[in-house]
Every structure is written in structure tokens, then in C-alpha cells.
Design a protein around this ligand. Structure first.
Ligand SMILES: [Fe+2]
Ligand SMILES: [Fe+2]
Length: 298
């Protein structure tokens, strides 16, 4: 049994210094909150939209430092690219990942898959993924004006065809990474593979106001990733797979196959929170949500 703190869409760049400090203190003293009967965690799963390009490395270091130096396993979200390029984010990840043995911040996009513990029954693989334009009706999407396409420099001045081509390519790269990682873990002793993404892999679990929003789906689901997860889960029916995602900011749970479940975490701008979750070979259980409302008096 492993205990993690799962966060995504915390958008630390939107907070005042006091709000940011409040959030970090809750990480430090997370064990004082909630009803759980345990007082430690084995690490943090940070599922993207942590902040922006220029700040992400510093914000991840702060999350690591203020969580009593727990290992942080992260994937970037679309907002983490804001103010920079895809290549710059890659370089950022490489720099952080190089020092992982000392500061224990792991870029899952650069990792072939991590087996936890001595026996390695739980595996961890991840990629931020992208809304790869394959789900829903891309050409009539209501979200072509999303700020991603002004704030991420690669997309500036692209027409819709060029944008679609790039997003499909990014989705395919993400899917390939997840496929390799899942197969490597499932082929070894792993009995449960946890897949951390930012963009949900399955359209049916990417909700807007409680329902699947067809006009937003092209940018809110990475169908290439979903396809490979189904393939791998069918190939390894004895292994459990759980996808943990964010991006839509709406909570959902989808049982895709008997051994494949997709969870999307709820999030609110300006009110960052995190879940305490237990991961076992049977699945993932969310035990507490620790919010950022009010000030922490200690
Ligand atoms: Fe977000
Ligand atoms: Fe996002």
C-alpha cells in the first residue's frame, strides 16, 4: 500500500504570495488534516498546470521542499508551457530530471516507468499529453480561441490545419511514451500501473458542467493516449491500470475496462487543493481532499 498526495491544476502563478504560502504550508502539515489514520505519504503526484514556463521549476522545488522533501513525480500541463516554447519546457524537464537523485523531482515524460518499492508491484508512468484534436468536432470547436494558442509560442501564427497537425503529432508522441512505459511495467512484476497525465485520455471522462462537451473535446482529450491504454490493458488483463488526469477541472470516474479505470481530478482556480490517495494492487482510493480555504493557523 502506498500513499500519495495527488494534485493537478494548482495554478500557483495565479495566487498572491500569501495564498501560495498557505498552500505550501498545507502540504507541509497535510497530516494534520482529514480523517485518515496515517501520517505520512510516499510522494507527490503533480499532474500538470502547476504554474507557467518561467516559474515551473521553482514552483516544483517549493512543492518538494515544503512537503518535507517527499519525492515529486510530475508531468507538465498546457499552462506550464505558457510564456515559452515546447522545446524550452523539454529543456526545463531535462535540467530538473538530471538532479533527481539528490532533489527527487522526477519528470515522468523522461522516465521509461518507475517501479515502486522492493517488489515493484506498483508502477508509475506519465505524460502531460495534449488535446490531440481527434475527439469531438475539431473544425467547429468553440475553443479555437483558447489562450494556449497565444501563450505557447509554437502555436502563435499557426492556422487551424497547422495547429491540428502539431497537436496530433504531440498526442502521438505522448501515446508512444505511455505505451512503452506501460508495456515495460506490465511485462515485469507490476500488478497495478498508475498512469499520470494532464489531459484526460478518454473523451467520456472529460466533462464540462457535468457532461461531455462535444465542442471542447478536441482540446480536452488525448484520444491517441486513450487508444494505447485500451490496447495495453487488453494485452495484460491480469494487470490493473489507473489513469489519473486533470485539465478539465471536473471530477469524473470512468471504468473503461474491467482492469482500466480513468479518474479526473476536480480543481478550482485560486483554490488549489490536493487529494490524499492510497494505491494498492487493487486500485486507487481517494481518502481526503485537503483544500486551501482559509488560513492555516499553526
Ligand atoms: Fe488547469
Ligand atoms: Fe490544463
Amino acid at each position: 500500500m502506498w500513499t500519495f498526495l495527488w494534485m493537478c491544476d494548482i495554478h500557483l502563478d495565479l495566487l498572491t504570495p500569501i495564498e501560495r504560502q498557505d498552500f505550501l504550508r498545507r502540504l507541509k502539515y497535510f497530516h494534520l488534516f482529514g480523517d485518515a489514520d496515517f501520517f505520512r505519504a510516499d510522494g507527490i503526484l503533480a499532474g500538470g498546470d502547476i504554474s507557467t514556463s518561467a516559474r515551473m521549476a521553482d514552483d516544483l522545488r517549493a512543492v518538494h521542499r515544503d512537503s518535507n522533501c517527499m519525492p515529486v513525480y510530475y508531468v507538465p500541463g498546457n499552462h506550464d508551457y505558457y510564456g515559452g516554447t515546447i522545446q524550452a519546457m523539454r529543456a526545463n524537464q531535462v535540467r530538473l530530471h538530471r538532479g533527481r537523485r539528490s532533489h527527487r523531482i522526477y519528470a515522468l515524460e523522461l522516465s521509461p516507468g518507475i517501479r515502486l518499492g522492493v517488489h515493484g508491484e506498483i508502477g508509475l508512468v506519465g505524460h502531460g499529453c495534449w488535446g490531440d484534436t481527434r475527439a469531438g468536432d475539431y473544425w467547429n470547436s468553440g475553443l479555437h480561441g483558447m489562450s494556449d494558442f497565444h501563450e505557447i509560442w509554437d502555436f502563435k501564427n499557426m492556422n487551424l490545419t497547422e495547429r491540428k497537425y502539431l497537436l496530433m503529432k504531440l498526442g502521438d508522441d505522448a501515446a508512444e511514451h505511455l505505451k512503452k512505459g506501460c508495456i515495460a511495467l506490465a511485462s515485469s512484476n507490476c500488478r497495478h500501473v498508475v498512469v499520470l497525465t494532464h489531459v484526460p485520455p478518454f473523451p467520456d471522462s472529460s466533462l464540462y458542467e457535468g457532461r461531455v462537451y462535444a465542442r471542447g473535446l478536441p482540446y480536452f482529450s488525448c484520444q491517441a493516449a486513450g487508444k494505447v491504454l485500451v490496447e495495453v490493458a487488453r494485452q495484460f488483463p491480469q494487470v490493473r491500470f489507473t489513469a489519473l488526469s486533470g485539465h478539465s477541472h471536473e471530477e469524473s470516474r470512468l471504468d473503461v475496462l474491467p482492469n482500466l479505470t480513468a479518474l479526473v481530478r476536480r480543481a478550482e482556480y485560486y483554490e488549489p487543493s490536493f487529494d490524499r490517495i492510497r494505491i494498492s494492487v487493487e486500485g486507487v482510493e481517494i481518502t481526503d481532499t485537503i483544500g486551501n480555504k482559509g488560513s492555516l493557523q499553526l
